[in-house]
Design a protein around this ligand. Structure first.
Ligand code: 26Y
Length: 821
């Protein structure tokens, strides 16, 4: 009596095969004997889309008819990865497709490999948006994801002699079968120009005369909910020239000049900015933010009016807008502009509606990641918005702040949207807090710090505005689709509807001590590792053993994430084995995946250092294969899906207080990896859920970090007082790892000994001890299996469905509406 929510499709493998072949011939214009893998991939997509596109219409109709409040998730990033296997899983068609392809002589895995990743995001924030729209579709919440249809997603990473080289991503080079262009919903977006003040019938109003206009064209990507009944959309805007030709210029023989305007307009959606956490303040980035925010608001307006007529009285009741960090914060003054200038609302009424509409998610406390825009730049690009922002600010300071703290200019200076200084700057965080009804952090500790350290006065002013919503991950992609072996094992013991009701995994807890189950669980892990050994060989040429511990650190390269702490420990182990060839340790493969922002120098030096140390260790016969180090190039969603099921150890080693949440930590633990981590972000909640015996915690906690900072932190003291630490740091200076070229890695040492902004050195000793615990635990096969099983069985809280239910109940006040045919 195994319950299932995935439909048993009324479709046989034979029928599906007929459909795929039909599309191969009639949609792709080829035939079985000649078709490439890529053509088969497209034909398969077309066959799947017969179900997907019908789901889009069904869901639209349902949501239009019920008139429920809808969610609009505004994000500059959606890191979708591949869509095919997810769509097959969620439609319940995976095994039908597998069998159909088999009968055509094709392995489904090979066909799936043809799909490029949709890498329209940098890292955690972008992937979170992708997991969230999956969950909103699964929970039948009327929701649209809004973003940019970048022509080039995050760069492809190559290593040349150990150094990162960035290459353009060409995900749409051969088309994208999942998207539908909707030219009928195009919008015109204004930029630059000036504002005219007009008096009419005793009323003052503002007219924005734009310097130029751009067209926004929407592309819809269907988002299939689990079970396939509900299909939402991700609407991505592409920029185009408003008029393809300026006919006057064209007629006077200026063909190329007329064309050049369109090239400029089309730059807006050309490329995703590859920085995460550090902002460069570039004009084009501001225009990207405004372009998609304005197009999305116009789209929401259009749909509201189509359903409810011209009276906007219910606009805020029916529309929630979530800001994924401050990146779309310009949407706040844009909605004010539309309501006040175009719809003639009085300021106060418009402001009440705006605040009822918006809520804001903060993803970082790092000062360098808090967005600021020069006032002058905003004034140039968006002159009317600058006026509105100043009006919002002046009312806020003179009414709300003055009432709470009469005459207190220090507080006014701190809470002002405008930062005074050599150059006046607009603080997008303050604007977002002031313009939203609710602000959330992404893990409990992070939300506490948002209140306590980042926005304490705002919290005092509005005690109920700040809440926590701990992040989550979709178990459809991050277990069901990526780890079929473990999913099958799970289903031998609990209901098959666990991807929808992840709490059911707790049903595995009683099996954690069961020898037979432990053996099967670890056999699955071993098979996944054997598969990944081949992947490592193909990608790096390095041979590794599936019997070694697979120790994995996958995330963006950033100093606060401390990949260099991991490196120092690897060097220490290597040194121990060189000193004592009988040094007792279970063989270990250290696996890295990380992209560095192209302009982030020290991050790129750390990548280079890891690659050079890896090269030396991997070719050193003296250490008898006890240690291997591989840095996988071009880490991305599709590579994560292969690696995570094969991981034994999950490295979550950020400096306490710096990692807002982390989500890779959840994916790895769900797939049975043991976390080695600091008390930071969601690690704390993972330890709570999995039990402190089943994670290995080390290092300073937030209070220790603060205390050390206050006392005065001197990295050189740690360097001098720990012999092993000193030895490995000094090792970076010579030419041991860069034969004939001494000093190439010296910058990494200098950075740590002279400044060490993320306190790597003070945590080194404790980190090494934690690794000893990992080693000891792994050698106790039963204890390890038990801990791994308890991780999988305890991770239900980190289902993104739970996160979305929290948002729906506590922030958006929306309910699911099941689509009916
Ligand atoms: C301003 C611009 C340069 C910028 C672009 C991207 C700033 C930040 C970002 C991305 C931030 C990000 O990915 N943050 C991560 O969000 C995850 C989801 O909430 C968290 O799990 C993770 O801890 C946090 O670093």
């Amino acid at each position: 009596s195994k319950k299932s929510v995935a439909p048993t499709p009324a479709l046989t493998a034979e029928q599906f095969k007929t459909s795929v072949v039909k599309h191969l011939r009639t949609t792709l214009g080829t035939y079985e004997e000649k078709a490439s893998k890529q053509a088969w991939n497209k034909a398969l997509a077309a066959a799947i889309n017969e179900f997907v596109f019908e789901g889009v219409s069904r869901t639209r109709k349902t949501h239009a008819n019920v008139g429920a409040r809808a969610v609009h998730y505004l994000s500059l990033e959606f890191l979708m990865g591949r869509l095919m296997s997810n769509n097959l899983q969620n439609l319940g068609l995976y095994s039908v497709a597998e069998e159909a392809l088999k009968s055509l002589g094709l392995e489904i895995a090979d066909v799936l490999e043809e799909e490029p990743d949709m890498a329209l995001g940098n890292g955690g924030l972008g992937r979170l948006a992708a997991c969230f729209i999956d969950s909103m579709a699964t929970l039948s919440i009327p929701a649209v994801g809004y973003g940019i249809h970048y022509e080039h997603g995050l760069f492809r990473q190559e290593f040349h002699k150990g150094r990162q080289v960035e290459r353009p991503d060409q995900w749409r080079e051969f088309g994208n079968p999942w998207e539908i262009c909707r030219p009928e919903s195009a919008q015109v977006i204004k930029l630059y120009g000036y504002v005219e003040t007009v008096y009419e019938q005793g009323k003052l109003s503002k007219v924005w005369h734009p310097g130029r206009t751009i067209r926004a064209i929407p592309w819809d990507i269907p988002v299939v909910g689990y079970g396939g009944q509900n299909v939402n959309v991700l609407r991505l805007w592409e920029s185009r020239a408003d008029k393809f030709f300026d006919w006057d210029v064209f007629n006077s023989g200026g063909y190329v000049d007329a064309y050049s305007e369109s090239v400029e307009a089309e730059t807006i959606s050309k490329v995703l900015y590859p920085n995460d956490e550090t902002d460069a303040g570039k004009e084009l980035r501001l225009i990207q933010q405004y372009f998609f925010s304005a197009a999305s608001i116009a789209d929401v307006m259009r749909r509201y009016k189509a359903a409810n007529g011209e009276d906007l009285a219910n606009f805020a009741k029916l529309n929630a807008m979530q800001l994924n960090d401050t990146h779309p914060a310009i949407a706040i003054p844009e909605l004010m502009r539309v309501l006040v200038d175009e719809e003639n609302f009085a300021w106060d009424e418009a402001w009440a509606m705006t605040r009822e509409t918006f809520s804001y998610t903060n993803h970082t406390l790092l000062p360098e990641a808090l967005e600021k825009w020069s006032l002058k730049l905003i004034e140039k690009v968006l002159p009317r918005h600058m006026e509105i922002i100043l009006e919002i600010n002046s009312r806020f300071l003179t009414q709300e702040v003055e009432t709470m703290w009469p005459g207190n200019n220090d507080i006014k200076r701190k809470l002002s949207i405008v930062e005074e200084g050599a150059e006046q700057m607009i603080r997008m965080g303050n604007l977002s807090v002031i313009g939203s009804h609710t602000v959330n952090g992404v893990a409990q500790i992070h939300s506490d710090l948002v209140k306590k350290d980042l926005f304490p006065e705002f919290d005092a002013l509005w005690p109920n505005k700040f809440v926590n919503v701990t992040n989550g991950i979709t178990p459809r992609r991050w277990m069901k689709a990526c780890n079929p072996r473990l999913s099958a094992l799970i289903e031998q013991h609990i209901d098959t509807d666990w991807p929808r009701y992840l709490e059911k995994l707790t049903g595995l807890k009683p099996l954690a001590d069961d020898q037979a189950f432990q053996d099967s669980f670890m056999a699955v892990k071993h098979e996944n590792k054997v598969d990944f050994v081949k992947e490592i060989k193909t990608l790096t040429g390095v041979d590794v053993s599936a019997d070694a511990i697979f120790d994995v650190q996958i995330k963006r390269l950033h100093e606060y994430k401390r990949q260099h702490l991991n490196l120092l420990h690897i060097m220490a182990l290597y040194r121990r084995v060189l000193i004592d060839p009988n040094y007792d340790m279970h063989p270990r493969v250290f696996i890295f995946g990380a992209k560095a922002a192209p302009g982030y120098k020290i991050a790129k030096e750390i990548i280079f250092a890891i690659n050079k140390v890896a090269e030396k260790i991997n070719n050193d016969r003296r250490i008898n294969d006890k240690i291997k180090v591989v840095f996988l190039p071009n880490y991305r969603v599709s590579l994560a899906e292969k690696l995570i099921p094969a991981a034994d150890v999950s490295e979550q080693i950020s400096l306490a207080g710096k990692e807002a949440s982390g989500t890779g930590n959840m994916k790895l633990a769900l797939n049975g990896a043991i976390t080695i981590g600091t008390m930071d972000g969601a690690n704390i909640e993972i330890a709570e859920e999995a039990g402190s015996d089943n994670v290995v915690i080390f290092g300073m906690e937030v209070d220790d970090v603060v205390a050390l900072k206050n006392k005065g932190y001197h990295p050189a003291d740690y360097y001098r007082s720990n012999e092993e630490l000193k030895a490995v740091l000094d090792w970076l200076e010579g030419d041991f790892f860069t034969p004939g070229e001494p000093g190439l890695l010296a910058e990494v040492k200098r950075n740590l000994v002279e400044s060490d902004p993320f306190m790597v050195l003070p945590d080194f000793e404790s980190y090494c001890e934690a690794h000893q615990k990992i080693d000891a635990l792994y050698r106790d096969k039963k204890a390890w299996a038990k801990a791994a099983i308890l991780n999988t069985a305890s991770l239900a809280k980190f289902n993104s469905d739970r996160s979305i239910q929290d948002y729906a109940q506590n922030i958006w006040h929306v309910k699911g509406v099941e689509a009916k045919s």
